[in-house]
Ligand binder design. Structure first.
Ligand SMILES: Nc1nc2c(ncn2[C@@H]2O[C@H](COP(=O)(O)OP(=O)(O)OP(=O)(O)O)[C@@H](O)[C@H]2O)c(=O)[nH]1
Ligand SMILES: [Mg+2]
Length: 380
């Protein structure tokens, strides 16, 4: 009789990069599923030493002398490059790398895009949760964050920008640390639930192969939200999830090319409940989005129900481009709208040569501008 191969769970790591990444991972130790490898990378030795994450890696000691980069993405990038082999060895055997980082400082903004590129080169799928700075932070922080986000989008399978402004409550009396901790509470349960559905032996795990295919096809843009309700309020839970500000409303939901939903429930969760929630979620996605779902059962959740959804989005411009897409290169592959607007040029065919004999060559009049002869539209 043929031997049944051992069941392989995907090898997953949750990595915090830079100060915010370390804080977020450290703050919620109780949430992380058993068996999930937790790791942290930073340039700041002191922060690493007290973050409470089991596996830590100090990078760029020769670049920043074990201090932070002082908000310099350039130093962050150099710090990563100076420790390339160590970082690659740390992540090298993974199937999926979840990353949490705050963009806008120097370490994560500079080092993370580089780390993600190495992961991709080693065929590791990546899912990055990128906390974006508050509006009130310095202009340079927001600029560095946007730049890093673009680089991450180009390199990652999935990048979920999580805007701090959307997370923190306004006009309250909390300290900065309390507000950040509160903001983190919006991100953490969702990331933890996703990780659990991938790596715990749940009743119905997400099919890693199917999700992998969906992520591989990703073009970097994604949104994500989670919610938890009383079991009795379960009928409104999917609607509540879709109203979550992090999903960005109907416009962004309408751009979903693929999605997954993960449910966390008690052991007495019924099949009919599951069916109705998955159908309701599924009906909200446009065709022909790929749909994946998984359930994780958990003693402690008998009176509650947790929902997390991740939607992979088509780039914003694509719909506007419609069938006019004609650049045929990288822009087309990634669905960007080609900039192809006709310039308002005086199109008198022969211009100053109008009174002369035409210069004919292989049937073409060379006195006419090439763009007219070949019917080329010139972009502005
Ligand atoms: N939600 C949340 N956001 C944070 C937290 N700490 C920092 N941030 C955000 O993350 C951004 C980047 O800050 P850090 O993570 O400290 O920066 P870094 O990557 O360590 O870079 P350097 O310290 O400059 O080398 C900040 O601009 C904040 O918007 C946190 O604990 N929670
Ligand atoms: Mg730092």
């Amino acid at each position: 009789m043929a031997e049944v191969p051992e069941v392989n769970m995907p090898r997953i790591m949750l990595l915090g990069v830079g100060g915010a990444g370390l804080n977020i991972l450290g703050r919620a130790r109780a949430l992380w599923p058993e068996g999930l490898r937790l790791a942290a990378i930073d340039t700041d030795a002191q922060h690493l030493s007290c973050c409470g994450v089991p596996e830590t890696r100090l990078i760029g000691e020769t670049v920043t002398r074990a201090f932070s980069t002082g908000s310099s993405p350039d130093l962050g990038r150099r710090a990563a490059q100076s420790d390339a082999s160590g970082i690659r060895a740390m992540i090298g055997d993974l199937d999926l790398l979840f990353v949490i980082a705050g963009l806008g400082g120097g370490t994560a903004s500079g080092a993370l895009p580089q780390i993600i590129r190495w992961a991709r080169a080693d065929n590791i799928m990546t899912m990055t949760f990128a906390v974006m700075p508050f509006e009130f932070e310095p202009e340079a922080a927001r600029r560095h964050a946007e730049q890093a986000l673009q680089e991450l989008r180009a390199a990652s399978n999935v990048v979920v920008p999580v805007r701090n402004d959307l997370l923190a409550e306004e006009n309250d009396e909390r300290t900065i640390q309390e507000s950040l901790a509160l903001a983190d509470r919006w991100i953490l349960p969702g990331v933890a639930a996703l990780a659990r559905i991938f790596c715990e032996d749940g009743v119905i795990n997400l099919d890693f192969g199917a999700v992998g295919a969906m992520l591989q096809g990703g073009e970097g843009q994604a949104v994500f939200a989670c919610t938890e309700v009383d079991r009795e309020a379960a009928s409104g839970a999917v609607e509540q999830l879709f109203r979550h500000p992090l999903l960005g409303g109907d416009e962004s939901i309408g751009r979903a090319r693929g999605g997954l939903i993960g449910l966390t429930a008690g052991n007495d969760f019924r099949l009919t409940e599951l069916r109705s929630m998955v159908s309701e979620w599924s009906a909200r996605l446009p065709e022909p989005a790929v749909r994946n779902w998984g359930v994780s059962l958990n003693e402690g959740m008998s009176a509650r129900l947790g929902l997390v959804t991740l939607l992979m989005l088509a780039p914003e411009e694509e719909e506007e481009a419609g069938e006019e897409r004609q650049d045929g290169g990288e822009g087309e592959r990634r669905g960007r709208r080609p900039v192809q607007i006709e310039m308002d040029i005086d199109a008198s065919p022969r211009g100053p040569f109008a009174k002369l004999e035409p210069t004919l060559f292989r049937g073409q009049n060379l006195d006419e501008p090439t763009y007219l002869r070949r019917n080329i539209r010139i972009s502005r």
